[in-house]
Design a binder for this molecule. Structure first.
Ligand code: LLP
Length: 383
């Protein structure tokens, strides 16, 4: 069990820190590769989920592509030996510098999110005398039924090009000689635990794919993004998600033509269960109605509970107490939202006990901040 190793090495580890299980990451990648290769699907790793260098390195060695949303992510991918022919660049607000850099590196594809972005990429490609491969990021208006902050595929969201703009896009493309349209890109949201939104996405993709074919665009790439969710409630029982069922939905419902490849951009499902945030209890404060366990980790290390009211399993991994008590488990930051969980049942907890906040491998370390001038969070690995 990963906790034993942490407790054994505590004198060398300084809390708070992220602890990553690289064996679990490898096992997860093995399943992703086995299940996606059944259908010849291409999987890109969504860098935004975690850019810790050890993790990126292992993912690169397993041959995944890179889905990037900033120039620095593109740079990180290329510096970590991802082939530029496997790097895609999405994002609603790509700056000129970022586009120029990606053009210089000859990345596989820009996922374009607005009409104006088409003009800008073309203009910069003309200056570099390059032909930029692009996919249109399309807003399919499919509800992902997830937290509103991580829903991206609805008309009200800022992402993508809307179907009512397609005519204009097609007219525009004819006037932009340094763009080559190679595909269609979709991403409807994140932490989607029920597969039915993906079925809906497939039928929208089929309609839109046919529309473009009828307009004379036989596009080789269909990219359906990422978003498949994990089980935050039972991290040990569901350490690896059911990738077989996930990929099967696409195989069953998407209608690809012989020359078309299907691409995915998975983040959370690859890395979330591989990481825990490990923290020490600084103080116990017993109130009339509420007891607080005050940790040395806070929203600066893991912002998900404060930002999305996200649930993470919280465990006292050092206590041998049988008696349990309910605690509000909070951090040291001067914000009331700096709370990891309310009324969490833990063994009677003392100053110095070690707490693990589970399923924190995705959108944990990458979203850490130095608010309150906190130290940068460390990371250690189970090899
Ligand atoms: N592709 C695109 C275009 C995306 O915007 C995202 C995530 C992904 C792929 C990867 O999605 P995943 O497979 O990881 O669900 N910070 C939030 C999650 C934000 C997701 C942003 N986009 C959280 O902590 O829940």
């Amino acid at each position: 069990m990963f906790t034993k190793k942490i407790l054994k090495n505590l004198s060398q580890y300084k809390t708070p820190f992220y602890y990553y299980d690289l064996q679990l990451l490898q096992k997860t990648l093995d399943v992703v590769k086995a299940e996606s290769s059944k259908y010849n699907y291409n999987v890109h790793y969504a860098f935004k989920a975690n850019t810790n260098s050890r993790i990126i390195d292992l993912i690169q060695k397993n041959g995944l592509g890179a889905d990037c949303v900033s120039g620095n992510e593109v740079k990180c991918a290329i510096e970590n030996k991802f082939e530029s022919s496997k790097v895609v660049f999405a994002g609603v607000g790509k700056s000129d510098d970022e586009i120029n850099y990606a053009l210089e590196k000859n990345i596989f594809c820009f996922n374009c999110e607005s009409l104006q972005e088409l003009d800008v990429i073309n203009e910069l490609a003309v200056k570099q005398n390059k032909l930029a491969s692009i996919a249109l990021r399309i807003n399919p208006n499919v509800d992902a039924h997830t937290h509103k902050y991580i829903t991206t595929g609805l008309e009200e969201n800022k992402f993508g090009i809307n179907p009512y703009e397609f005519e204009t896009v097609i007219e525009k493309l004819q006037k932009l000689p340094n763009l080559k349209l190679i595909g269609l890109h979709f991403h409807i949201g994140s932490q989607i635990t029920d597969l039915s939104p993906f079925k809906k996405l497939c039928s929208r993709v089929n309609e839109i794919n046919t529309y473009f074919l009828n307009k004379g665009f036989d596009l080789p790439i269909i990219n359906v993004g990422g978003g498949v969710g994990i089980n935050y409630h039972e991290p040990d029982k569901h350490a690896i998600i059911d990738f077989a069922s996930y990929f099967k939905v696409f195989n069953d419902f998407i209608e690809l033509r012989k020359n078309q490849e299907l691409h995915f951009e998975l983040g959370r499902a690859i890395i979330a269960q591989c990481g825990s945030l490990i923290s020490k209890v600084l103080y116990i404060k017993n109130g009339i109605n509420t007891n607080f366990a005050i940790l040395d980790a806070g929203m600066t290390e893991l912002i998900r509970p404060a930002l999305y009211q996200a649930f993470h399993v919280i465990e006292n991994i050092s206590s041998k107490e049988k008696n349990t008590i309910k605690y509000d488990v909070v951090g040291p930051i001067c914000e009331s939202s700096d709370c990891f969980g309310k009324a969490v049942e833990l063994p009677e907890t003392k100053r110095g006990d070690i707490i693990a906040i589970r399923s924190a491998g995705a959108y944990g370390e990458v979203m850490a901040s130095r608010y309150n001038l906190r130290d940068e969070v460390r990371s250690y690995f189970s090899e």
